[in-house]
Ligand binder design. Structure first.
Ligand code: SF4
Ligand code: SF4
Length: 341
């Protein structure tokens, strides 16, 4: 698999990487099998997080005997130095390693800057050889730019896909100019893109951007491995297909990240808010079970408390999206011969 020399890190990283959030949902045995399949097919970069329940542990099981052949990134949501060291030591233990290649602050509200207690912890951990490179993950462009301009981070993880705005792509290009490695999370835009081909073509054109594909199933991994054999070109036909997709979504779409949760009245916001797209981009019949109808009916209970919107990094008007989704669900159901909720 093609590799790039990745900015200031000097690492040689494969153009496609493994996002290890979804393996939380697999048994240990299945997760280890999937991870080894990726490794055997050449993927050398794996991104996980302390917050992804047993994901680090599964990576440790799969890779403890091939550690030096791999690049492992993990993350901490620490709020103070004590938590920083606790999280780091647990990650090292779970990953069965004595160093982490890229250690990232995980979407914390304020980017730690020079002389801050948390950034000092990163420097000390690097000095002690527990981590090799310092990174950060952000969901807000403002924060990502702060991290970039600080010059303190070797990698920045940010949601990037073929649906990203010109401003976001501009940010990724600037990172490339500054030799900062960019880790593209949500390259399938939370399921809004049907194929990895769109983002693979689009993001490959930007130096230093490495998408981490979230794999749960073998067929998802196979799709990326096949595409990697002959990467799709960003030609006119591809650009037209991407433009069509953007037109349908109109910018205001839910990425399914779940940061807005939990909902005060138990609405599955991260599913319901993107239901119109899911119905049209995935097989729709599984969404018309009695269980899903009940989930959609909960939208009526929304009290408009607003707590979800305070947490949504994309500043979406969630209450409106939910209402629109519920109406669309009924209409789509009628048109396809399902009972109303
Ligand atoms: S505004 Fe509605 S959807 Fe959001 S948390 Fe409150 S009740 Fe739930
Ligand atoms: S509404 Fe916002 S925070 Fe919630 S899942 Fe969608 S994009 Fe994520």
């Amino acid at each position: 698999m093609e590799k790039v020399k990745w900015g200031k890190t000097g690492l040689s990283v494969t153009r496609s990487a493994f996002g290890a959030l979804p393996i939380q949902r697999l048994s240990k045995q299945d997760a280890v099998r999937l991870l080894n399949m990726a490794y055997d097919n050449g993927i050398n970069f794996y991104d996980t997080a302390r917050a992804y329940s047993d994901s680090e542990e599964k990576l440790g099981c799969a890779f403890h005997d091939k550690r030096d052949d791999l690049i492992i990134a993990t993350k901490t949501q620490c709020k103070n130095p004590q938590e920083f060291w606790e999280h780091l030591n647990i990650s090292l233990e779970k990953l069965q390693t004595d160093y982490i290649d890229i250690y990232q602050f995980h979407n914390i509200e304020q980017i730690p800057l020079e002389n801050s207690p948390l950034y000092e912890c990163m420097l000390k951990a690097k000095e002690e050889g527990k981590i090799r490179h310092i990174g950060v993950t952000c969901h807000k462009l403002f924060n990502a730019r702060t991290a970039m301009n600080s010059g303190l981070y070797e990698t920045i993880q940010y949601p990037l896909s073929a649906l990203s705005s010109a401003e976001e792509i501009g940010f990724a290009r600037e990172c490339g100019d500054k030799e900062i490695g960019v880790i593209a999370m949500k390259a399938l835009a939370g399921g809004m893109l049907k194929s990895a081909a769109f983002s693979m073509a689009y993001l490959r054109a930007i130096p230093q951007v490495i998408p981490i594909w979230g794999f749960q199933f073998e067929h998802e991994l196979r799709e990326v491995l096949e595409l990697e054999k002959m990467p799709p070109p960003l030609d006119e036909a591809m650009l037209e297909a991407i433009a069509e997709c953007r037109g349908e979504l109109n910018g205001d779409f839910c990425r399914g990240c779940g940061y807005c949760m939990p909902c005060a009245v138990d609405i599955k916001i991260n599913w319901i808010a993107r239901m119109p797209q899911l119905l049209r981009r995935a097989p729709y019949k599984p969404f018309y079970t009695p269980e899903w109808k009940k989930e959609l009916a909960k939208v009526e209970n929304c009290t408009e408390c607003g707590s979800c919107m305070e947490r949504c990094p994309y500043e979406l008007k969630i209450t409106d999206l939910l209402q629109k989704s519920a109406e669309d669900y009924k209409k789509f159901g009628q048109e396809h011969g399902f009972d109303l909720i």
